[in-house]
Design a protein around this ligand. Sequence first.
Ligand SMILES: C[S@@+](CC[C@H](N)C(=O)[O-])C[C@H]1O[C@@H](n2cnc3c(N)ncnc32)[C@H](O)[C@@H]1O
Length: 282
Amino acid sequence: MNSQEFKIISEFVLKSSGIVLSQAKEYLVDSRLKPIAETHGYDDVSALARGLNLAPQDVKLAVTDAMTTNETFFFRDKTPFKLFEDIILPQIAKARRTTGKIRIWCAAASTGQEPYSIAMLLLKHKRLSAGLSVEIVATDLSPSAINRAKEGRYTQFEVQRGLPVDLLVAHFTQDGTHWIISDNVKRMIKFSQLNLLENYTNIGVFDVIYCRNVLIYFNADTKRQVLTSVRKAIKPDGYLVLGAADTVIGSNGEFERAEARGLYQPIEAKQLRGAEVTALAG
Ligand SMILES: C[S@@+](CC[C@H](N)C(=O)[O-])C[C@H]1O[C@@H](n2cnc3c(N)ncnc32)[C@H](O)[C@@H]1O
């Protein structure tokens, strides 16, 4: 692939997903697009690149999908899930006693380990959300990742990465060399394909958003645009959880750090809490 062909692919991927492909990723592009070129009858990746802008929609979707990095595992980085148990769930459950509903969105859910980890924590702390209806929405740009998430079928290696053995025993059944998550957990989550660059007002507003380890693939403009859209999808007192390497630095200032590292709230949250304290004192 020459530099002009690489440029066609990187510009296309940037536009379709926000993912920035630096020249150093040329080897990655080549290895990931080779099977797509073969499947769709192109001579090689160079030919696919040259024909990409006029290619059928399924080829374009396959190219974008192939350039996503779906690395994830159960309870990844531990802290975001500890925060869920210790701060997010207790606070939100208390605040939503009156509305009766908690909505959680995993905005880059990949193959499902993140939303399933949250669902298992909700079951563990059932008492906290008793009487409330809880909905988890899990979305990802990658159709192949979200299809795997829907299946809830994991290899031995995948369940060994981060999943405590008591949760494996409680929520999975073995199927040969794979493990399948129980319907009980599965039915707590609605999975669908969604691009964070597009309009998603139709999915409603959430109390908690996990948007982890995806902003790192975007440039500053895309990150700003996504955080502005995410702000519109979160309640003023809701929580946003980002990945360890993500920050809101460079955004339009919609969010500020909450009680812990990696945890954010809309800037209005502090005012709301202040008003609550004043009302209680008065
Ligand atoms: C590294 S995974 C992170 C998965 C999970 N959140 C975690 O932290 O373990 C990044 C995910 O972001 C998704 N992604 C990339 N660009 C996206 C976009 N524009 N809209 C939605 N998802 C996107 C990829 O498909 C991939 O599954």
